[in-house]
Write a protein that binds this ligand. Structure first.
Ligand SMILES: Nc1ncnc2c1ncn2[C@@H]1O[C@H](COP(=O)(O)OP(=O)(O)OP(=O)(O)O)[C@@H](O)[C@H]1O
Ligand SMILES: [Mg+2]
Length: 274
């Protein structure tokens, strides 16, 4: 999907470019987590992947569509939806329904097709009850759900969650992640999750580590437990979901050695009939 991307903001020296040889591949149906310290280039990568920014060197190809080609760039913008950390900065309308219709209405679709897309998107995220509400009256978790619904109304094949759960309460965080799991596993969307906390590792097929503008490691979730020192060297949080499994495995419990939720661990331990 992305090959050897170089991207420098105005005034950034070549050696300190926000992206400096970043490459990654995201397949349909796959959940990939991207972790890296502040300023390593995660958000810049997200904006290059959906054609909002154009790399100085390298290529972004989405299902064969190249962001360098002006005729294909808009299609890439539709195919790659981005949900950022702050829903307020992505919401433009007063009513939820208007918000979700905004993107499709700009695609020159018929009013009937826009209506269909709004209904389908609301159903996909289980947000039907929010449809008639005023956007300012929603909670932070509901607002982020509306942002995701509006992104889905563009019918993307890939989703990028750039720290999308960072401002949410734990319950809303888990609900959003569960929704992502469903979208990947049941609907085949490819999902890239930029994260600081690593809570999302429990969903991941692969975990990528980014440093100074490039991806420096690609790990399977089962490899993470052996990489704690690398995480602390990069100043990254060690997720409680990894800590818990690590301790239990060390104490001799027969758990799969990968980050897991408390619920998962509880079920496995109960099934062991200790
Ligand atoms: N609009 C901008 N203008 C100038 N420099 C920028 C701009 N946005 C980001 N940068 C710089 O580019 C580099 C990469 O920033 P980016 O936001 O992509 O990092 P990040 O990994 O998303 O960080 P964080 O974890 O804090 O969100 C940083 O050095 C940052 O200061
Ligand atoms: Mg960022």
């Amino acid at each position: 999907m992305a090959q050897d991307l170089v991207y420098a903001f105005p005034g950034q020296q070549e050696a300190k470019a926000a992206l400096n040889g970043a490459s990654l591949r995201l397949l349909p149906g796959e959940i990939v987590c991207l972790v890296g310290p502040n300023g390593c280039g995660k958000s810049t990568l997200a904006r290059n992947l959906n054609g909002l920014l154009l790399p100085r060197a390298g290529r972004v190809l989405v299902d064969g569509l190249d962001t360098a080609n002006p005729d294909e760039r808009w299609q890439v913008r539709c195919r790659v939806g981005v949900v950022g950390p702050d829903p307020e900065s992505q919401l433009v309308a007063t009513l939820v329904e208007e918000e979700i219709a905004f993107g499709p209405a700009n695609l020159n679709l018929s009013p009937a097709e826009v209506k269909r897309r709004v209904e389908v998107a609301l159903r996909r995220t289980g947000s039907e009850a929010l449809a008639g509400k005023a956007v300012p009256s929603l909670s932070a978790g509901e607002k982020q759900k509306v942002v995701l619904t509006a992104v889905l109304a563009m019918e993307p094949r890939y989703l990028i969650l750039d720290e999308a759960t960072v401002l949410l309460a734990p319950g809303a965080r888990r609900a959003l992640l569960e929704l992502c799991r469903k979208l990947a596993r049941e609907e085949g969307l490819g999902i890239l999750i930029m994260t600081h906390t690593g809570e999302e590792f429990v969903l991941a097929d692969r975990i990528l580590v980014m440093q100074q503008g490039r991806i420096c490691a690609a790990l399977a979730p089962a490899e993470i437990l052996a990489r704690r020192d690398d995480f602390s060297r990069l100043g990254l949080a060690w997720p409680p979901e990894a800590e818990m499994v690590e301790r239990l495995v060390r104490a001799g419990y027969p758990l799969p050695a990968r980050p897991a939720t408390a619920e998962e661990v509880g079920e496995i331990l109960c099934s062991l009939n200790l």
